[in-house]
Design a binder for this molecule. Structure first.
Ligand code: OAD
Length: 251
């Protein structure tokens, strides 16, 4: 059931007045699609694995097969599920607010699948693979041409296919980061959804927005590193509170 009380009237009025709204989403956005987050104490990826063994260039250099297989498993899990009603609610918000932009740390592509058209992927996309040396994109045919795991890259002799995601210690895609920073410094509303706010530089976007005068709202069932900086906090989940927001805005 939608929790309409999550969005009190005075907050709703400010949301309605926003002209340049920006969303920052994190793993909690897709939790209700059945995709584990990273830091939830019992179910998160980092409760079961050490990031440095799976999500660093060093891990891939030492154990390419182990890293590739972990990403294969995650790709399969993502393909087996769908965007949830929270993703669909954001797509509906964009229809109402064509200037709405989503900056996401998620690599599942679910915002786009739900119909959002203005999405900035800060950490890449798990369904794409690139050459570990040149960064060139590999097609499905190129990936399927070999049984090797990871498949060899056709672009460089020592190259392997790797997921097109940002690993710890790597730089974010420059154009995406530049756009996100610029939008955060110019937006008048930033809503952070389902992120623990501990991974930089994404975690700095709400503070940048707030310091530049925007209203900063957080939607998260738990307190986060960002909570003390938010002007209003909605303690609910994405799939509950976002459809409620759409409903309230339409009323
Ligand atoms: P985290 O796993 O750190 O945080 C997930 C957040 O989602 C937590 O604050 C939860 O309380 C919240 N949450 C859980 N269920 C939710 C729900 N149903 N609705 C809303 N919120 C919910 O994930 P991120 O902050 O996205 O980086 O992590 C940031 C980055 O760290 C990831 O992009 C990934 C990871 O290492 C890379 O892969 C580069």
């Amino acid at each position: 059931m939608n929790d309409l009380s999550a969005w009190p009237g005075e907050v709703l009025e400010k949301i309605q007045a926003a002209q340049r709204p920006l969303i920052l989403s994190g793993a909690g956005m897709s939790a209700e699609s059945g995709i584990p987050t990273f830091r939830d104490a019992l179910t998160g990826h980092w409760a079961r694995y050490r990031p440095e063994e799976l999500a660093t260039p060093e891990a891939f250099a030492q154990h390419p097969r182990r890293v590739w297989n972990w990403y294969e498993e995650r790709r399969r899990a993502i393909r087996a599920t769908r965007p949830n009603v929270g993703h669909h609610a954001l797509a509906a918000l964009e229809r109402r607010w064509p200037t709405l932009v989503i900056v996401t740390q998620n690599v599942d592509g679910f915002h786009q699948l739900a119909g959002s058209s203005s999405v900035i992927e800060l950490h890449g996309n798990i369904q794409r693979s690139v050459c570990s040396i040149t960064g060139e994109r590999l097609s499905d045919e190129q990936l399927l041409a070999s049984d090797q795991k990871p498949p060899p890259s056709p672009y460089a002799r020592e190259g392997l296919a790797r997921p097109d995601v940002v690993w710890f210690g790597e730089a974010l895609p420059a154009a995406a980061l530049e756009r996100a920073l610029s939008l955060a410094s110019r937006c008048d509303l930033l809503l952070a959804i389902g992120t623990s706010g501990v991974v930089q530089p994404a975690a700095s976007l709400p503070l940048l927005a707030r310091d530049a005068g925007a209203l900063f709202l957080e939607l998260n069932p738990e307190a986060t590193a960002l909570s003390p900086h938010a002007q209003h906090v909605v303690r609910s989940t994405a799939a509950v509170a976002l459809p409620a927001l759409v409903e309230r805005l339409a009323a």
